[in-house]
Design a protein around this ligand. Structure first.
Ligand code: PEP
Length: 251
C-alpha cells in the first residue's frame, strides 16, 4: 500500500512573510495528520523561513528546481548542498513551466535528477503532454520520450527513490482537471513502463502524483484510481483551507 502524498507547489508566489503565514496556517491544521505525506515547495527565498515553521512536524520541505552541479560558476542556480542546508528533502524537477519558459529538456531533467539523488534529495519528476499533443494522439509518445530521457538511465536503486508527477499541461492552472479515468490511464502506463524498464518491484513502490487543477472537490475521485497516489497542487496550495482540505480528502 503506497502512502498518499500531497505536495504544494507555490511557484513564484509569496514573500517571506506570506510564506511564513501560509506555512503556519497549514501546520496548525495538519500538525497531527499522519495519514498522508505532506510537502510544501515555497520559492527559494522562503525555504529557510518555512523550514523553521515546520521543523519537528510531519510536514516536509521541497524546492521547485535544483542545479545539476554541486557548486561553481553557475549564476542563478541553487545546488543540492544549498537546498539541504535550507532543510529541503525534495526537489521538483522538469515542471512544464520550466520546460516551456526556461528551456528545460529531458537531458537537463536527467542531470538534475542525478544531482538530487547524489545529494540525498528525492526528485519529483514531472511529465505531461500539451493539449496539441493530446489532440494529435501523441500523449503516450510524449510521456515515453520524457521517461526515456529523464529516468531511463537510472539504476533500480536510484529509481526506487524517485516520485513521478503526471501533469497534463492543458490542466495546469486552467481549471480543467483530467477526468480520473484519463489520468489513471496515463498513470497505469507510467507504472507499466517503470516495470518493464526498471523492475516490477520498483513499479509497485513508485508513487505517481497527478497534477493539474487539483482541488478539494476533485481529489477524492482522483485518489480512488488504482495508480494515482497523490497530488502536485499549484493554485489550491496557496490557501490554507483548500490545501488542508485536499490533504484530508486524499486518504
Ligand atoms: C502545478 O503547479 O504543478 C499545478 C498542477 O498547478 P495547478 O494545480 O494550479 O493546476
Amino acid at each position: 500500500m503506497r502512502k498518499p502524498f500531497i505536495a504544494g507547489n507555490w511557484k513564484m508566489h509569496t514573500t517571506i512573510s506570506d510564506a511564513i503565514n501560509l506555512a503556519n496556517g497549514i501546520k496548525r491544521e495538519l500538525v497531527d495528520f499522519n495519514k498522508a505525506d505532506i510537502l510544501l515547495c515555497p520559492p527559494f527565498t522562503a525555504l529557510s523561513s518555512v523550514s523553521e515553521v515546520i521543523m519537528d512536524t510531519n510536514i516536509k520541505l521541497g524546492a521547485q528546481n535544483i542545479a545539476w552541479e554541486k557548486e561553481g560558476a553557475y549564476t542563478g542556480e541553487i545546488s543540492s548542498i544549498m537546498l539541504k542546508d535550507c532543510g529541503c528533502k525534495f526537489a521538483i524537477i522538469g515542471h512544464s513551466e520550466r520546460r516551456k519558459y526556461f528551456g528545460e529538456s529531458d537531458e537537463t531533467v536527467n542531470r538534475r535528477i542525478k544531482a538530487a539523488l547524489l545529494g540525498g534529495l528525492t526528485p519529483i519528476v514531472c511529465v505531461g503532454e500539451t493539449l496539441e499533443e493530446r489532440e494529435s494522439d501523441l500523449t503516450i509518445k510524449v510521456i515515453t520520450g520524457q521517461l526515456e530521457g529523464g529516468v531511463g538511465n537510472l539504476s533500480e536503486e536510484e529509481a526506487k527513490k524517485i516520485i513521478i508527477a503526471y501533469e497534463p499541461v492543458w490542466a495546469i492552472g486552467t481549471g480543467k482537471t483530467a477526468a480520473p479515468h484519463q489520468a489513471q490511464e496515463i498513470h497505469e502506463f507510467i507504472r507499466g513502463w517503470i516495470s518493464d524498464k526498471i523492475s516490477s518491484e520498483c513499479a509497485r513502490l513508485l508513487r505517481i502524483l497527478y497534477g493539474g487543477s487539483v482541488k478539494p472537490a476533485n481529489i477524492r475521485e482522483l485518489m480512488k484510481e488504482e495508480d494515482i497516489d497523490g497530488g502536485l497542487v499549484g493554485g489550491a496550495s496557496l490557501k490554507v483551507e483548500s490545501f488542508v482540505e485536499i490533504v484530508k480528502n486524499s486518504i
